[in-house]
Design a protein around this ligand. Sequence first.
Ligand SMILES: NC(=O)c1ccc[n+]([C@@H]2O[C@H](COP(=O)([O-])OP(=O)(O)OC[C@H]3O[C@@H](n4cnc5c(N)ncnc54)[C@H](OP(=O)(O)O)[C@@H]3O)[C@@H](O)[C@H]2O)c1
Length: 363
Amino acid sequence: MVNLDDVRKANSSLVQRQPLVAVFTGGTGGIGLSTLKTLAATHSSSGRGLRVYITGRNQHATEKIIADCLNICPQGDFRFIQVADLSLLRDVDRACEEIIKEEKACVTAGTAPKLDLLFMSQGELSLKPYTTDAAEGLEFRVSLLYYSRMKTILNLLPLLLESTLPAHIVSVFAAGKEGELHLDDLSMRDPKHQGVVGTRSHVTYMTTFFFEYLASKHPGKLSLVHVYPGLILTDGFKYMPFWFRVIWRAALPVLGLFCTSLEECGQRVLYLADPDRFPARSSRGTAAAGGNSTSDLKPAAAKGTDLEHGSGAYGVTLDGETIPEQQIHQSYDKYRTGDTGKTIVAHTLKAFDDIKAGKAFTG
Ligand SMILES: NC(=O)c1ccc[n+]([C@@H]2O[C@H](COP(=O)([O-])OP(=O)(O)OC[C@H]3O[C@@H](n4cnc5c(N)ncnc54)[C@H](OP(=O)(O)O)[C@@H]3O)[C@@H](O)[C@H]2O)c1
């Protein structure tokens, strides 16, 4: 486990590197909110400039969060981006267009609009039936956890690629929770594949392969971390049935003993943007170009999901450690021999193209 003092030091060092621009999707609740407040507080003591775009469904609640952030960090610039439902790619597109437009309007002569940090933690834990949006053809839960997040990255790429940090992307969900991947049902349409555990596993595989594709495609430019936060006491169970919440509440005194506090969680999620521990893939010789050069990496660089040091796509737990090597072998070796990664990337890009063209995705 990475020591909490070292985490705080790395976070201070992050805000001292350069003025930062950040986007939070899911920053109005739980883990995202705690990370947002940690970034504001850390910047307030030693930062060099901070602009943050926060997507929110509830204008009043998000404005209150912005007021709290300004209290913590008066020199920060916190902006509300209204969204209706980020499981819909048309809403993701609209929000990203707004962010890009505002960011372009902010920059001064001689500087490029950019984005250094992207934290994504939107999600809804519920037992609601699986529902596919008729116009877009994606199931809302799978979309919130996978498609909407990957689409957000692709939409914001023009800004992310301008970061000299380089850009750090953190997706909060379930790294290390792989079990089964349904190559014959990538969109998870078969009810037999659905459910909390099935979705969690499938979406985690999809995220790993898409992150590895992005890290390879943009060496030196993007660091992508997928994190499993363990149990954090947030409002994340508010959509669960009444009976579940009663049992949950009764169990809280015991469960609380095994949870990381929200404050510590915020520190640890921000730490996942540490450029020394989670660097972008080396631009000097990547595995894809025939051999991974690690000569320009600090020894602290973590191992990526492909088990190369500093390869740009990482699966970690909240303690800052990567998923153990043996576990990665167990989960991924069977998929590394075929075209799994290419198939997942092609599926995802086709979904985005079809939906952009106004067709419901049926793949
Ligand atoms: N907490 C845990 O113990 C835990 C454990 C493992 C994994 N996770 C995963 O980590 C992520 C964050 O969890 P959390 O506990 O922080 O959740 P949370 O407290 O419920 O916060 C979820 C965030 O996502 C936003 N959101 C939900 N549905 C949305 C939609 N359709 N469109 C736009 N925004 C939407 C919420 O916005 P509103 O403020 O508008 O509701 C909120 O900002 C989730 O993906 C969760 O599955 C959590």
